[in-house]
Design a protein around this ligand. Structure first.
Ligand SMILES: [Zn+2]
Length: 477
């Protein structure tokens, strides 16, 4: 059982995660105004895997990832799509669930929707008005920023550099340009709204997260996460709302760096892979996950076809390792004689008789876990995994032992499916026939039908991967 440490954005200190209580983690999820892109998948992957790792080290973790399904951008996108905004948001929320499901990491423990948290949101706003931290103005409610002395402690900005990024029209309604909206009065053309003590309207973005975090995790919880682009104003405002209302809120903050594209270098067609579903179609879930953990979560991560091809090569290397050294349920399938003699066909080497020259598979596995316990350093952990593959390929360590240790390591970072590289890969006639039908549907540009068939294949346990060479089936992890 390790002591897990993380770097807290708020204090800049490395803090130890408290083992004695439930580790509540709240990570800001997407605003569902379009299909999500690979940048939205980064916090989903990082915090899902952090929760998984904490549990494997004996912590009790609860991961909450919200969905912002009411927002200006949603009104605009729904209008462009000619749909009602509620129906549009529901469709995009479903697409978000489907796209992230394909990552093969399971679901967060709770995935609250803003539209299902309205009563908690209006209660929190009422408390803030009562405490004189918020005020009403023409049906809008604003947070009185200068009434909260600690404002700015997360982002460390000077007040003159703060811009709430709100529409210019609201400026005349605010006491102070620093103030931000908690509730927005209903405007003509906005087809989703609720009644409130202040008239019809809908919540501002920041207050949703304060309310959803408290509803799921209570007023004080271990870790608040999200992309580094949310530090200001979103997270600064969450702190202000919750703490001004007398709730202690998050004890530590973790921010992941942005996924960065070089738009000029990527051709228009390549630009599509920025969408998560397209990247999954083209490269497969393992390569997408391997790519997203290839850099330290706090650093920016460059994205493009080249980085994805590197991730594909990495997962192929791991898959090939398990083709040579099969495991079932983490146990090596190689015979005891191979355990002693290796698979070289020659007698046992010096190291395999016990006089190992380098680190053993077990010590690599421990180093892998140590790296994750040290501010969730996934690139350092994965470097250990590839060192171990190299050790085994050079026969410095016995293949079966390496395979067992590597299987445990990969499972921790959501790549466990690589240990079963060809599970049921052949002989499934039904799946093959469905795949052919899907190709026909695509050729006929009947994409609805093609998607239906893909969903059916997923139910049967197959993932469809499209590439330049055509589509193929891969067993789902
Ligand atoms: Zn949020």
């Amino acid at each position: 059982m390790r002591e897990v440490r993380i770097k807290d954005t708020l204090t800049g200190d490395v803090v130890t995660v408290d083992r004695s209580a439930e580790v509540g983690i709240y990570a800001c999820g997407p605003t569902v105004y379009s299909r999500i892109h690979i940048g939205n998948a980064r916090p989903f992957v990082v915090f899902s895997l952090l929760a998984r790792f904490l549990r494997s080290e004996g912590y009790r973790a609860k991961l909450v990832v919200n969905v912002t399904d009411i927002n200006d951008k949603i009104y605009v996108a729904a209008r462009q799509a000619g749909e009602e905004s509620a129906a549009f948001a529901e469709r995009m929320t479903r697409a978000y669930f489907e796209d992230t499901e394909r990552l093969g990491l399971g679901r967060p423990d709770a995935e609250p929707l803003a539209t299902e948290t309205i009563s908690q949101i209006t209660k929190l706003i009422s408390d803030l008005i009562e405490a004189e931290h918020a005020y009403e103005s023409s049906g809008d409610i604003y947070f009185r920023v200068r009434s909260f002395a600690a404002y700015g402690k997360l982002s460390n900005r000077r007040t003159e550099d703060m811009d709430q990024g709100e529409e210019a029209g609201s400026a005349s309604l605010k006491e102070d340009s620093l103030d931000f909206a908690l509730w927005k009065a209903h405007k003509p053309g906005e087809d989703t709204f609720w009644d409130s003590p202040w008239g019809a309207g809908r919540p501002g973005w920041h207050i949703e997260c304060s309310a959803m975090a408290e509803a799921e995790l209570g007023p004080s919880f271990a870790i608040h996460g999200g992309g580094s682009d949310l530090v200001f104003p979103h997270h600064e405002n969450e702190i202000a709302q919750s703490e001004a209302a007398g709730r202690p809120f998050a004890r530590a903050w973790m921010h992941n760096g942005m996924v960065e594209t070089d738009a000029e270098k990527m051709s228009k067609s390549e630009g599509n892979i920025f969408q998560l579903s397209e990247a999954l179609d083209q490269y497969g879930s393992e390569a997408v996950v391997a790519y997203l953990i290839s850099g330290h979560y706090r650093q920016p991560l460059a994205f493009g076809p080249q980085q994805m091809e590197e991730a594909v090569a990495q997962v192929e290397r791991l898959r090939n390792f398990f083709r040579e050294h099969p495991v079932r349920g983490g146990e090596s399938e190689e015979s005891p004689s191979e355990l002693v003699g290796g698979d070289s066909g020659e007698g046992p080497s010096e190291q395999q008789r016990g006089g190992s020259a380098g680190p053993s598979p077990e010590s690599r596995r421990e180093a892998f876990r140590d790296a994750l316990a040290d501010d969730f350093n996934t690139p350092r952990a994965m470097a250990e995994a590839f060192e171990l593959v190299g050790d085994a390929n050079r026969q410095d360590v016995p293949g079966p032992q390496a395979a067992e240790a590597l299987a445990e390591m990969l499972d921790l970072v959501g790549l466990g499916s690589l240990t079963q590289p060809d599970q049921g890969a052949e002989g499934d006639d039904e799946a093959q026939k469905l795949l052919e039908k899907r190709q026909e549907a695509r050729a006929a540009k009947d994409f609805g039908r093609a998607d239906e068939i893909r969903d059916r294949l997923e139910e049967l346990g197959w993932e469809v991967r499209d590439s330049a060479e055509g589509a193929r089936l891969v067993p789902k992890g």
